[in-house]
Write a protein that binds this ligand. Structure first.
Ligand code: HEC
Ligand code: HEC
Ligand code: HEC
Ligand code: HEC
Ligand code: HEC
Ligand code: HEC
Ligand code: HEC
Length: 466
């Protein structure tokens, strides 16, 4: 294991990573050294300062700050038992990261065995990407650099990202596999130089196919020569957020301390030099606490500049028109989803809340809330992710097809159903609202196709299937 790793070759031993300082909560005496079982990004930062800084400011490092989300209501309340949050522990937190805690006795003292503090089994083992560590650092480097070999080839492989980036609500791995890029990767896996030591540049060391890391992290050749470096901030080259109900383009605001924040393009940008209030979440003891702090803006990276960086990757293998046209195809799919389905569905949910039909205290209590949730969080994301990474089946059959079917056949009827629970007047109000909505041009197909269109359809099916 560690004996033959790059670290071992360079003379880096157990204590270089596992050493602890006097007074640290996880420290214990072991064979004459003060050590810790936990190894956090801060421990790696002693030798890998740049990767630490880039990673710590990325969205990945914030992935543990999800405890107030609707996803969490699902895991803890809808699925959990009082005193048993095993779904959160085995599910969410293995991807997102736990708050590392220690087992305590009745008076709050840490339980020890032979001096070694025992970590709360609800919180470790865990290599979630945004793990919250007792030393205040966020994330875990071994989410991608599995111990103890820490091999570059493992971190570079798409399957590595696929541990988390898969499944019904963010199937990036499945999309990649079905894309021309994934196909080229699989066929050419021996030509990807995955094992190369040191710098590994797309366009120089390999060119048969792009991988997740090629597009989101790694170095690539530009017309001016090699792109300066890989960047452990996976958000650097992204111009949309495809996660919320309604997608927006995202500008990036960078503060003096290196902290970054995404500003949707619908939000006014601050000036360089301006002090702005920012919410930061940090551990205090074993609790995540939000603080509002003032930070000075030093740089703004617009969504266009972020996109330009991604296009630089593509240009190694495609010409400008190919790349620009791809972005037009992708953008218009996001606009279609936003305008025809997401915005009207959100407006309907807002109206139900305003009319007191739905209550913010009762998420997931009504059918309509589940349907709406899946509409954007599952199907709607699949469609957007599919289009962003060239997976046509996810864009259409797992994506927009499901969005449309559920919008017309489940969501709108469920709106009326929940309104009817309140009163007959409310039911009538929403029936009327929906009737009006369906008069819009994009919904007229429901009133029937023209005679001509029906005739063509009929003859097609006769030709094809008799
Ligand atoms: C390059 C850094 C690094 C080096 C060198 C290193 N480790 Fe680790 N080790 C880690 C990381 C990261 C973890 C995961 C800990 C966590 O979850 O916080 C870990 C976990 C462990 C664990 C607990 C987890 C388990 O699987 O049982 C043991 C035991 C351990 N290491 C022993 C060793 C020994 C012995 C050596 C020397 C031969 C060594 N380590 C060298 C980084 C390192
Ligand atoms: C005491 C210094 C030290 C510590 C601590 C340390 N590393 Fe390293 N690491 C090195 C050196 C030296 C190399 C070899 C670099 C080279 O050859 O350019 C290396 C190489 C690597 C590589 C490249 C491996 C390859 O196959 O090319 C990775 C990935 C890595 N380290 C991750 C980590 C992670 C993650 C941690 C914390 C868990 C960590 N390192 C802790 C010094 C350290
Ligand atoms: C298989 C790994 C995995 C599991 C399990 C998982 N997530 Fe996620 N989650 C992700 C990934 C990956 C993303 C980012 C998706 C994207 O980029 O589109 C994400 C996104 C999110 C977001 C949106 C964050 C943002 O900034 O917009 C929240 C909130 C969230 N997850 C909460 C949860 C909760 C709570 C659970 C358990 C009920 C959970 N997740 C289970 C991997 C996972
Ligand atoms: C999201 C996955 C991911 C996480 C988390 C991650 N890395 Fe990496 N890391 C990679 C990939 C992929 C590469 C290979 C990039 C390349 O060669 O272009 C890499 C390469 C490296 C290298 C080799 C030098 C280089 O930059 O190419 C070092 C050192 C390293 N990472 C350290 C760290 C440290 C320290 C952390 C935690 C602070 C960390 N990584 C967290 C994915 C990750
Ligand atoms: C050919 C380049 C390419 C490859 C390969 C690729 N991506 Fe992407 N990815 C993109 C583009 C382009 C976008 C959309 C960028 C934008 O918003 O402008 C994107 C968006 C994303 C997002 C943001 C989704 C959101 O909800 O906002 C995630 C997460 C992601 N990719 C993960 C992955 C993973 C994991 C893999 C490998 C399984 C991968 N990507 C492979 C180009 C790529
Ligand atoms: C251990 C789980 C895990 C692994 C492994 C992982 N990710 Fe992520 N990733 C997440 C989660 C969770 C999020 C959402 C974080 C949030 O918004 O809170 C995310 C977000 C992202 C984003 C969106 C960033 C942004 O700024 O919005 C990109 C792009 C991405 N990941 C790419 C990758 C790539 C490429 C790899 C592999 C090299 C990878 N991830 C490996 C869990 C993971
Ligand atoms: C390392 C080279 C490489 C990189 C980088 C790359 N691609 Fe590709 N791309 C390919 C290959 C190879 C194919 C398959 C071509 C074929 O089948 O004719 C492909 C196919 C495509 C296709 C499908 C085209 C079709 O005719 O079906 C699209 C769209 C595409 N790439 C867009 C992009 C975008 C956008 C980027 C950057 C975000 C990108 N590619 C980055 C190599 C690359």
């Amino acid at each position: 294991m560690a004996e033959c790793s790059r670290h071992a070759q360079k003379g880096i031993g157990c204590v270089d990573c596992h050493k602890a300082n006097e007074g640290e909560i996880d420290a214990w005496q072991h064979m004459g050294a003060l050590v810790s079982t936990l190894v956090t990004p801060k421990d790696c930062s002693n030798c890998h300062e740049n990767e630490y800084k880039e990673f710590s400011r990325s969205h990945h490092a914030k992935a543990g700050e999800i405890f107030d989300s609707l996803d969490n209501v699902l895991a803890e309340k809808v699925i959990g038992l009082p005193g048993n949050n095993a779904d959160t522990v085995n599910g969410c937190l293995q991807c997102h990261g736990s708050i590392i805690k220690f087992k305590r006795d009745d008076v709050g003292e840490i339980v020890r065995e032979g001096g070694r503090p025992i970590i709360d089994p609800d919180t470790w083992p865990n290599s979630g990407i945004g793990r919250l560590n007792p030393d205040g650092s966020k994330g875990s480097c071994h989410a991608c650099h599995s111990r103890h070999s820490f091999e570059a080839k493992l971190s570079r492989a798409p399957e590595n990202c696929g541990k988390c980036h898969m499944g019904p609500d963010h199937p990036q791995m499945e999309i990649y596999r079905e894309s021309k890029h994934g196909i080229a990767y699989t066929a050419n896996i021996d030509h990807m130089a995955l094992d190369k030591e040191g710098s590994w540049v797309q366009g120089k060391d390999y060119s048969a196919a792009p991988m997740c890391t090629t597009c989101h992290i790694s170095s690539y050749m530009t017309s001016e020569g090699e792109h300066n470096a890989s960047n452990h901030d996976v958000g650097e080259r992204i111009s949309w957020t495809l996660r919320p109900v309604v997608s927006t383009k995202i500008n990036m605001v960078i503060y003096e301390d290196g902290f970054k924040e995404n500003y949707p393009d619908t939000r006014k940008l601050p000036e360089i030099g301006e002090e702005v209030l920012v919410t930061e979440k940090n551990l205090q003891g074993e609790k995540l606490v939000a603080e509002i702090v003032s930070k000075r803006v030093v740089k703004i990276v617009t969504w266009q500049e972020r996109r330009e960086k991604m296009k630089g990757v593509c240009r190694n293998c495609h010409n400008n028109t190919h790349v620009d046209n791809f972005y037009q195809q992708f953008d218009s799919l996001v606009v279609l989803y936003n305008e025809k389905f997401a915005k009207p569905a959100q407006a309907m949910m807002d109206a139900l809340a305003e009319d007191g039909v739905l209550n913010p205290n009762t998420p997931f209590a009504h059918e309509v809330q589940w349907i709406f949730w899946e509409l954007w969080h599952h199907e709607g994301r699949r469609a957007r992710h599919g289009a962003s990474m060239m997976g046509p089946d996810y864009t259409h059959w797992h994506g927009m097809y499901e969005v449309a079917k559920h919008y017309y056949m489940k969501f709108l009827p469920a709106v009326i159903k929940v309104a009817a629970k309140k009163s007959d007047e409310m039911k009538a109000k929403y029936e009327k609202k929906i009737e009006k909505l369906l008069e819009r041009e994009e919904h007229l197909w429901m009133k029937g196709l023209s005679e001509e269109e029906t005739k063509v359809l009929k003859s097609t099916y006769e030709d094809r299937y008799n």
